[in-house]
Ligand binder design. Structure first.
Ligand code: PLP
Length: 445
């Protein structure tokens, strides 16, 4: 493998997602060449513990041959067929059935897509169709949250609340954003519980301002992931549930990150005891080995869509791709058979959280928060005042340098450093993660 040739071809031809193209040309790309267990290896042979599971995908790590074999077997039997026009394949039917078994209660239908973004586009179409069939076509507005990430198609970016994305493209109409439940940054003098209620009540205020008869749905992640691992106070979700029920507004849970085990339950909705009407999934459904996303559709919505009749004029060429569905089945089988989620919830999850929270003592950490197998460190220059570093990119700089220097991949979002490691980490690997993260903090402080 000729590194220089690859890097110059990369600079000349490959436009990377979410990258500064100029920086890429000047700095050269990191080439990841192979991976095993929870580690990735770059072209120079640096081996790094991947505490981000790729891009929140590889909950089972990189070495699950069963998933690869399932994909291979499927490609050798039926490499492609579509699911359009009353047609489908056995793997997609079987995966829909199995997903209905593990889904939150009352979610017995699945619409497959190729990605999380496409799934959120699908949500918009389903929500519109649902209210039209219910003869309430004035229900058009979706409420989302600031700093949320819901994908990168125009609909996904509009649903998301990231200013940087909105600046580069105008947003779709009829999508509005309320504040996120970010206690560390916005809680002021309130206790987390007071702040949870306060943040949830912002939803009711917004509904009243818009007129409840115009509000179709609320979309949120159980925990805001790419937005900085914002863990809501305990009081937040119960209050949101009450408000949505009061005004007859659909609940869309985006579980692209938290689905398939990350909280210690199959879905974050189950962790927070939420019964969504629609649930977005992607990423870990195939352990990241094959592109697949989808929407789980609750009975309340599915019954209306099914009984309404007429074609639902929406779908993708790769909806329910058979090889992707085979990968999904193999992934779920491993998670079930090996009790991966239960083991993490009972043992390595609490252990990771205990050790992670020790990092909160570090002099440049204002808060170490986490749950299940996610965590965030809020970096501060001064612990008492919570003053931030002048250089907004400190977290980014640490993450970049520490991956090679310290052999650990984390990610920066604003002033936070975040982790979402594979659920299969052993206690020893958790210790390795903490030691390496601490070393990176020491190097900076
Ligand atoms: N929703 C959430 C919560 C996500 O984190 C992501 C991706 O990170 C998406 C949607 C979009 O998924 P995809 O990149 O598969 O389109």
């Amino acid at each position: 493998m000729d590194k220089k040739l690859l890097q110059s071809a990369d600079a000349a031809h490959l436009m990377h997602p979410f990258s500064d193209f100029k920086e890429m040309v000047e700095e050269g790309t990191r080439l990841i060449t192979n991976a095993e267990d929870a580690y990735i290896v770059d072209v120079d042979g640096h081996r790094m513990l991947d505490a981000m599971s790729g891009l929140w995908c590889c909950n089972l790590g990189y070495s699950r041959k069963e998933i690869i074999k399932a994909i291979d077997d499927q490609l050798n039997t039926l490499p492609y067929y579509n699911s359009f026009f009353q047609c489908t394949t056995p793997a997609s039917v079987e995966l829909a059935r199995v997903i209905s078994e593990i889904a939150p209660e009352g979610m017995n239908n699945v619409f497959f897509t190729g990605s999380g973004s496409e799934a959120n586009d699908t949500n918009l179409r389903m929500i519109r169709r649902y209210w039209d069939l219910k003869e309430q076509p004035e229900k058009r507005i979706i409420i989302s949250r600031k700093n949320a990430y819901h994908g990168s198609t125009i609909a996904g970016a509009s649903l998301g609340g990231m200013n940087g994305m909105h600046k580069q493209f105008s947003r779709l109409d009829n999508i509005v954003h309320i504040d996120q439940p970010y206690w560390f940054e916005e809680g002021g003098d309130m206790s987390p519980e007071e702040f949870g209620i306060h943040a949830a009540n912002a939803l009711e205020t917004k509904i009243q301002e818009l007129g409840p008869e115009r509000v179709a749905a609320f979309i949120a992640e159980p925990i805001q992931g790419a937005g900085g691992v914002i863990i809501p106070p305990e009081s937040y979700w119960p209050q949101i549930k009450k408000i949505l029920a009061k005004y007859d507004i659909l609940m869309v849970m985006d579980e692209v990150i938290f689905g398939f085990g990350r909280t210690g339950q199959w879905f974050g909705s189950q962790y927070y005891d939420i019964q969504p009407d629609l649930l977005t999934f992607a990423k870990a459904v195939t352990n990241g080995y094959y592109p697949l996303g989808g929407v789980m559709v609750g009975d309340k919505v599915a019954d209306v869509l099914k009984s309404g009749g007429g074609e639902f004029t929406h779908g993708y060429t790769y909806s329910a791709h058979p090889a992707a569905c085979a990968a999904g089945l193999a992934t779920i089988n491993i998670l079930r058979d090996e009790k991966i989620i239960e083991k993490m919830a009972e043992d390595t999850g609490p252990y990771l959280q205990q050790r992670w929270k020790e990092l909160g003592e570090h002099r440049i950490v204002g808060e170490a928060r986490g749950l299940g197998f996610v965590g965030a460190l809020e970096l501060v220059k001064d612990k008492a005042s919570r003053a931030r570093f002048d250089d907004k990119c400190t977290a980014g700089a640490i993450c970049r340098t520490m991956s090679i220097k310290n052999g650990l991949v984390m990610r920066a979002t604003g002033d936070a450093m975040i982790i979402a490691p594979p659920l299969i980490l052993t206690r020893e690997q958790v210790d390795e993660l903490i030691t390496k993260a601490e070393r990176a903090l020491d190097d900076t402080a």
